[in-house]
Design a protein around this ligand. Structure first.
Ligand SMILES: Nc1ncnc2c1ncn2[C@@H]1O[C@H](COP(=O)(O)OS(=O)(=O)O)[C@@H](OP(=O)(O)O)[C@H]1O
Length: 496
């Protein structure tokens, strides 16, 4: 407080000469005089305001300088008495108040902190540029054009608010908008919200890789209640932050909170859009990341998608080859079989249970959504035409948003495999019967572990567990049905 007052006085004193200087310059210009520092204007004339130099010569040099120095010393000493944290908070608040033109109001937080109120913000017409380019990136096999997102639709909820709820909405928005680090977000997200507002960020899509996460992303960013991140798959949290507590530099936190999560647009929409991001690295780093993420953002909802592990491993293999990553898992010089690659993946990266377990252990049941888990017909339903609507509705219900928007269809994006139809197989891989049988055996064992976890942590009842198992079994048997006779006979393997 003492520091603030003294800086105010100092500002007043310091600002006077410059105001005088500006005035003096204009007067001299109008009178056709020389520049402020030219010898001809050095002497004060009775009816003119003094120039800055004159001011210094006549008054400041006599008695203001000692006073200024005294005030300066006092200011330095006073600032040492104010805790660092207070200074930073003050700075953040000033920044947001300046940015959104706000005024301070009382808020009911434990630590009584003044929260600025965000003034009415008019959203630009049509989707923001970044959203447009992200939608354009959602390449789809379907011929339907990507629908236009009604970016202002979520704001309509504000029109139904009572004055009290309106104030709550303003307070929550302002508190979140003031944040540029995780600790601030934790504090702001404890504030009461008005109906229709989401915590910031609201959810993550964490994987698994090659399980249609891009299509889920593309579906969701078309939803009017969703705030798209500026960067898809930034990996910042796993790449730059460490355990314990997701520690990373202030710059990294600011970049993440403000830029990646697109804080300004979320604040413009008064937090009526659910901000999110996603990276398949997150699920893969479950061993340390699940616990730390929850500790950092205890309100966060997390979405996981799974796919038959053999298909997932084959898709991952194709992805790696496509990205020029050398495939050193074939044993014989001219061998074209991917068997060794897939076998290795199934024992390691495509084993879902150990990763999922970490997320289940740390995240409360109502904050972790496993796509396909709750459906009456279990797996692969997300991508099945006749079942995807229910899966998508379940997802948006979990996220507390309108389940019917933006559509009931999951786009087909980021595809590498040419899909077949009733008459054609599409892209297939040739494997020997014994190879598939062996892969299926590994996949079946690890799926049993997974299904057991689904039951243990209350994600799927007995029937859903059995159906889940059966669904993947169907994919495996379908591939085995295309084998010719004999243990080493070739089979045409397609992915789910
Ligand atoms: N709607 C729909 N129906 C069927 N299949 C679908 C759909 N959407 C995505 N996919 C398939 O999902 C694979 C891409 O998954 P990801 O986007 O998660 O991959 S990535 O890890 O982000 O690179 C990729 O699989 P592959 O083609 O086998 O590579 C996509 O074809």
């Amino acid at each position: 407080m003492a520091g603030k007052q003294s800086s105010l006085i100092l500002c007043q004193i310091a600002s006077k000469p410059s105001a005088t200087l500006a005035k003096t310059d204009r007067t001299q210009d109008a009178a056709g005089g020389g520049s402020a520092g030219s010898p001809s204007t050095r002497h004060m004339t009775p009816n003119k305001l003094p120039s800055f130099d004159q001011f210094l010569e006549t008054r400041v040099s006599k008695w203001h300088w000692p006073l200024l120095m005294l005030m300066g010393t006092f200011l330095v000493l006073a600032s040492q008495l104010v805790p660092r944290e207070e200074l930073t908070k003050g700075k953040l608040r000033t920044k947001v108040m300046a940015a959104v033109g706000s005024e301070a109001v009382e808020q009911p937080a434990a630590e009584k902190q003044q929260v600025p109120v965000v003034q009415q913000v008019v959203l630009p017409e049509g989707p923001p540029e970044a959203l447009d380019s992200q939608l354009a990136g959602c390449r789809t096999l379907k011929t339907d054009p990507i629908p236009v997102v009604d970016t202002a639709a979520s704001l309509r909820v504000l029109e139904t608010h009572t004055p009290e709820q309106r104030q709550q909405a303003e307070n929550f928005t302002a508190a979140v908008a003031a944040c540029s680090d995780f600790a601030c977000l934790r504090q702001a997200n404890q504030l009461p919200r008005a109906p229709g507002q989401f915590r910031f960020p609201h959810f993550f899509v964490i994987g698994f890789p090659k399980c249609a996460t891009t299509s889920i992303y593309c579906h969701l960013i078309q939803h009017p209640q969703v705030q798209h991140p500026k960067e898809k798959e930034s990996h910042l949290l796993t790449g730059q932050c460490t355990s314990p507590g997701l520690e990373c530099s202030a710059e990294a936190q600011q970049h993440y909170v403000v830029d990646i999560l697109n804080l300004a647009e979320a604040a413009q929409a008064k937090m009526t859009k659910a901000a999110f991001e996603g990276s398949t690295h997150y699920v893969m780093e479950a061993d340390w990341f699940a616990e730390q993420l929850l500790a950092t953002m205890p309100w966060l909802k997390v979405v996981v998608s799974l796919r038959d592990p053999i298909s997932q491993a084959i898709a991952m293999h194709l992805h790696n080859v496509g990205h020029g990553r050398p495939s050193n898992c074939t044993v014989e010089a001219n061998e074209t079989s991917i068997y060794h690659c897939i076998r290795r993946s199934l024992k390691d990266k495509s084993r879902y249970a150990p990763k999922i377990q970490k997320w289940m252990e740390h995240f409360p049941r109502d904050q972790l959504h496993i796509l396909q888990a709750s459906s009456s017909r279990a797996y692969e339903n997300l991508t099945k035409q006749e079942a995807m609507a229910a899966q998508l509705q379940g997802l948006k219900g979990f996220l507390n948003m309108d389940q019917m928007l933006p559509s009931s269809e999951l786009p087909l994006t980021n595809y590498k495999h040419q899909r077949g139809n009733d008459d054609t197989l599409g892209r297939y891989w040739t494997l020997k019967r014994w190879e598939i049988e062996h892969l299926v055996e590994i996949a079946r064992n690890s799926t049993q572990d997974l299904v057991q976890l689904l039951g243990q942590y209350n994600y799927a009842g007995e029937q859903a567990q059995a159906e889940w198992m059966q669904n993947w079994e169907d994919v495996w048997q379908d591939n085995l049905s295309r084998c010719e006779e004999g243990r080493s006979a070739p089979c045409k393997v397609v992915v789910s």
